[in-house]
Design a binder for this molecule. Structure first.
Ligand code: AMP
Length: 397
């Protein structure tokens, strides 16, 4: 896997039309007046440094993004108008929102846009060709710009027209956010400060086995929690009651354990649990080292918490993906919270990768103490799997 990509400073931007693929796939909530408002603008904020660099260098930023899953059709509720409003507020400058994302209307709007205006093209996934990586759409998009910047880490694992397609066709570089993401994963995956500890959780072990397999070549220890831990415990012959399990993964899990042993990697599993009589915030709960029949484990127990936190405290590098339990429900959040605090307190370099672990970090208000919080769930998992991301490989072509 190659994480080297050219950055913005390698391009001459003055007077150029600069297509920037951003990830403005923000959550929208209907307000009382029926209008949609953005409930979390983090993704817009994180794209500002790249937009500002282009503006400062005298280039014309033309933004492309997707929002939601319109599946190749125009969906009025997924138009980018609320995004344009918020972007203009954050930039403190002019934003011209265009209701098309290719063709003559878009071309004319870009041409007519006053200097220091940021142009935002309409939701690119209104085009069926976007997710198919349609070369015709790539050509039409490429007509709108002289240069291309990919700053959408969260979609860089997709071979989509406005991500990898444009990267292959136009002179292209990585934006500031994408560079920061790659730098963070480089510190984990290429010659990390040791010990390197990976914390993996979440519901399904099948989603994480390739990650585990790749990380076993790099890490000193892996701490396993969440629903996926119980397939590991079952594979070791322990009783797991009604806990989440993927029986078709037992062989692969055994193979991972064997690889860990052969490599001398410490693979830690929960030794005690918060069990419940049903999957419910009002369920009866107990703390046990053995999971009784009829009960399900929904969080790691206090002994496991202490062991995992001690391992994290001694780490020089940490990568965390996936919660330790059903942290959305009050009785089962302690494991994820404790691990999150240990990561936040760890003096080493810590990366939290995507999805639910980011939600947990935010819920427990730990974000400020973590070195890097990834904006891409799927993309960060693919990097941890050791895979080349199409949107990043395209920047080198
Ligand atoms: P993932 O999308 O694979 O990262 O999984 C995240 C989900 O796993 C969260 O919604 C958690 O509630 C859930 N989860 C974590 N631990 C458990 C568990 N022990 N049993 C069932 N679900 C769990």
């Amino acid at each position: 896997m190659n994480l080297d990509v050219p950055g913005i400073d390698t391009l001459e931007l003055e007077g150029k039309r600069v297509l920037i693929r951003v990830d403005f796939n923000v959550p929208l909530r209907p307000e009382e007046d029926g209008r949609l408002r953005i409930s979390d603008d983090t993704r817009i904020r994180r794209a500002l440094p790249t937009i500002q660099r282009v503006l400062e260098a005298g280039g014309k930023p033309i933004l492309l993004t997707h929002l939601g899953r319109p599946k190749g059709e125009v969906k009025p509720e997924l138009r980018l108008d609320p995004v344009a409003l918020r972007l203009a507020e954050l930039l403190g400058g002019n934003v011209l929102k265009v209701d098309e994302c290719s063709g003559e209307t878009a071309r004319q709007a870009i041409e007519g846009a006053a200097p220091s205006t940021t142009v935002l093209l309409e939701n690119i996934r209104f085009h069926p060709g976007e997710t198919k990586g349609d070369p015709e759409l790539v050509e039409r998009l490429a007509e709108l710009g002289d240069l291309f910047i990919n700053d959408a880490f969260g979609t860089s694992h997709r071979d989509h027209a406005s991500v990898a397609g444009l990267g292959r066709l136009l002179p292209s570089v990585a934006g500031e956010l994408l560079l920061a993401e790659l730098e963070a994963f480089r510190r984990v995956l290429e010659d990390p400060a040791r010990p390197l500890v990976a914390i993996l959780g979440g519901a399904k072990v099948s989603d994480k086995l390739t990650v585990i397999d790749n990380l076993l070549d790099q890490v000193d220890s892996i701490l396993v929690g969440g629903g996926m831990a119980y397939t590991f415990l079952k594979a070791r012959g322990e009783s797991i009651g009604n806990s989440l399990v993927q029986d078709d993964q037992l062989e692969l899990v055994r193979a991972a354990e064997q690889k860990a042993m052969a490599k001398g990697v410490k693979l830690l599993l929960p030794t005690d649990h918060v069990v419940a009589d049903r999957f419910d915030a009002e369920a009866e709960t107990r703390i046990t080292t053995e999971i009784p029949d009829g009960w399900m484990a929904l969080d790691i127990g206090p002994q496991t918490r202490a062991a995992y936190c001690a391992e994290i405290a001694g780490a020089q590098t940490v990568v965390w993906n996936g919660p330790m339990g059903v942290f959305e429900l009050e009785p089962f959040k302690a494991g994820t919270e404790a691990v999150g605090r240990a990561v936040a307190d760890c003096p080493g370099y810590c990366v939290v990768g995507g999805g639910d672990s980011v939600a947990a970090v935010e819920q427990f208000e730990l974000a400020k103490s973590i070195d890097h919080i990834s904006t891409g769930g799927g993309a960060s998992l693919e990097l941890l799997e050791g895979r080349e991301l199409p949107g990043i490989a395209a920047l080198r072509s």
